[in-house]
Ligand binder design. Structure first.
Ligand SMILES: Cc1ncc(COP(=O)(O)O)c(C=O)c1O
Length: 410
C-alpha cells in the first residue's frame, strides 16, 4: 500500500497560508504522529508514540465511573479540585519529603503538556531565553515558539547522555529566564544524578533562573537508581516548577490530568494562564485521580518492575537485530544508533522500517534542534504488553538481512 498520502496536517497551499498566524508556520506535523499514521496504514507494531497498550488500574476506572455517576460533571475549581490537590501534596510529601501548600502552590492542568506551555507563558517574556537539553521531548520546541522564548540547547552526549558543565555554564546569560530539565528523560532514558542536578541548581542560583522540571516519568527508574526531584535540592524549593501528571504513572494518557507544584508567586501567574487557556482539567478524572494518588507504594514498585522486564526484553532484541542501543535507566524509551544499516537518513530508515518490516519508531532528528545531529538515531518505546513486544521483536529479526537492500533503494 502506498504510504505517500498527504498528511492531514500538511501545510496549506500558498493562498491559504495567509489566513493563518505566522507562529504556526514553523510547526511541522509531529513525526511521532506521522509514524503512528504510517504504522496504521502498514498494519505494523507501533513502538513510536509512547503510550501503554495495557489497561489502567481497576481502582481508577471504578473511581472515574463513580465520579461521573455521582454528578461530578461540572467545572472543577480552575486550579484543581481540592481533594485532588490535597492528595497530590500528601503523596509528594510521602515520596520526597517536600511539603507544598495545596491552596497556593498547586495547579492542576490538562496534562503535563498544558502545564509546560502554561508555565513558559507565565514565566518568560518574548525574547528571553530558556535552556533546553537536547535531544529533547519534541513538544518543547513548539512550546518555546508559542511562548516567544528563545531556546538555547545544551547537548546530552551518549553513551551516558552526560552534559559538559562548561557548555551548560556558557548557555546561561542575562536573558536566561528558565531551564527545562526532564528527568527521567524522554527520549534518552537518562536519569539525572544528584550531582548533575546540583550543577544545574548552582547555575540557577548564580543567575537567578527558574528550573522547570518535567518529572512525568518519576516512577520509572531502573538499575537501583533513584529519581531526585530538583525541588529537593538545597536552595531550589522556591525556584523550581515541578511538572508531572497522571498519564504515565497510572497509564491514563487520555485523561489529560497534569500537575504543577511551584512557589506561590509563580503559581499565581501559572494559574492565570491556565485559567484562560483551559479553565480547568476534567473534573471527574481529578476525582478519580484521588484514588490514583492514594494507591499503595507496592503499586509503584510493581510499575517500575514491570517496565524493567519490558526494557530487559526489548533492548537486547534490538541489539540482536543490529541496532546499537543506549541502555535507558528510566522512562520507557530506548535511543539507538542505526549506523550499521547503511541508511544516511533516519527518517528514510524509519519509513522503511515501518513499511517493509512493520515496526514504527521515531527518527532521531525529531529530538534535535539541528536535525543532522539525530541522523543516525532512532527511538523505540516499550510501553507495550509482552505479546506486542514479541510481535515487534519477531519483525525486527528481519532487519539485518534486508536493511542493506533498503538502504540501496532509499
Ligand atoms: C517528557 C514528556 N513530558 C510530557 C509528556 C506528555 O504528558 P501528558 O500526557 O501529561 O501531557 C510526554 C509524553 O510523551 C513526555 O514524554
Amino acid at each position: 500500500m502506498s504510504l505517500d498520502r498527504p498528511s492531514p496536517t500538511t501545510p496549506p497551499a500558498a493562498g491559504a497560508r495567509a489566513r493563518t498566524a505566522t507562529r504556526t508556520h514553523g510547526f511541522t506535523e509531529s513525526v511521532i504522529r506521522e509514524m503512528t499514521r504510517l504504522c496504521t496504514i502498514a498494519g505494523g507494531v507501533n513502538l513510536a508514540q509512547g503510550f501503554p497498550d495495557f489497561p489502567c488500574p481497576r481502582e481508577l476506572k471504578d473511581a472515574a465511573i463513580a465520579a461521573i455517576e455521582g454528578d461530578v460533571n461540572q467545572y472543577a475549581v480552575t486550579w484543581g479540585a481540592k481533594g485532588f490537590r490535597d492528595a497530590l501534596v500528601r503523596k509528594h510529601e510521602a515520596f520526597y519529603g517536600l511539603a507544598f501548600d495545596p491552596e497556593r502552590e498547586v495547579t492542576v492542568t490538562c496534562g503535563s503538556t498544558e502545564a509546560m506551555i502554561a508555565t513558559l507563558l507565565a514565566l518568560v517574556n518574548p525574547g528571553e531565553e530558556v535552556i533546553v537539553f537536547e535531544p529533547f521531548y519534541e513538544n518543547y520546541g513548539p512550546d518555546a515558539i508559542l511562548s516567544g522564548a528563545v531556546p538555547r540547547f545544551v547537548r546530552l552526549r551518549e553513551p551516558d547522555w552526560s552534559f559538559d558543565p562548561d557548555e551548560l555554564a556558557a548557555a546561561f546569560n542575562d536573558r536566561t529566564r528558565a531551564i527545562v530539565v526532564n528527568t527521567p528523560n524522554n527520549p534518552t532514558g537518562k536519569v539525572f544524578s544528584r550531582e548533575e542536578l546540583g550543577a544545574i541548581a548552582a547555575l540557577c542560583q548564580k543567575h537567578d533562573v527558574v528550573c522547570v522540571t518535567d518529572e512525568i516519568y518519576e516512577h520509572m527508574v531502573y538499575d537501583g537508581l533513584e529519581h531526585v526531584p530538583m525541588a529537593t535540592l538545597p536552595g531550589m524549593r522556591d525556584r523550581t516548577v515541578t511538572i508531572s501528571g497522571l498519564s504515565k504513572t497510572y497509564s491514563v494518557t487520555g485523561w489529560r490530568v497534569g500537575t504543577v507544584l511551584a512557589p506561590p508567586d509563580l503559581t499565581l501567574a501559572i494559574r492565570k494562564v491556565h485559567d484562560f487557556l483551559t479553565v480547568g482539567a476534567p473534573a471527574p478524572l481529578q476525582e478519580a485521580g484521588v484514588a490514583a494518588l492514594s494507591l499503595e507504594r507496592a503499586y509503584y514498585e510493581r510499575l517500575a518492575a514491570d517496565y524493567d522486564v519490558r526494557r530487559r526484553y526489548l533492548v537486547p532484541a534490538l541489539e540482536e537485530a543490529g541496532f546499537r542501543a543506549f541502555l535507558p535507566h528510566g522512562a520507557y524509551y530506548v535511543m539507538t544508533d542505526i549506523t550499521a544499516f547503511g541508511f544516511d537518513d533516519d527518517t528514510a530508515f524509519a519509513r522503511w522500517l515501518v513499511s517493509e518490516i512493520g515496526v514504527a519508531a521515531v527518527p532521531g532528528s525529531s529530538f534535535y534542534s539541528d536535525p543532522a545531529a539525530g541522523r543516525n538515531r532512532l527511538r523505540f518505546h516499550f510501553a507495550r504488553r509482552r505479546p506486542t513486544l514479541e510481535a515487534a521483536v519477531e519483525r525486527l529479526a528481519r532487519v539485518k538481512g534486508r536493511a542493506k537492500a533498503g538502504a540501496a533503494g532509499a
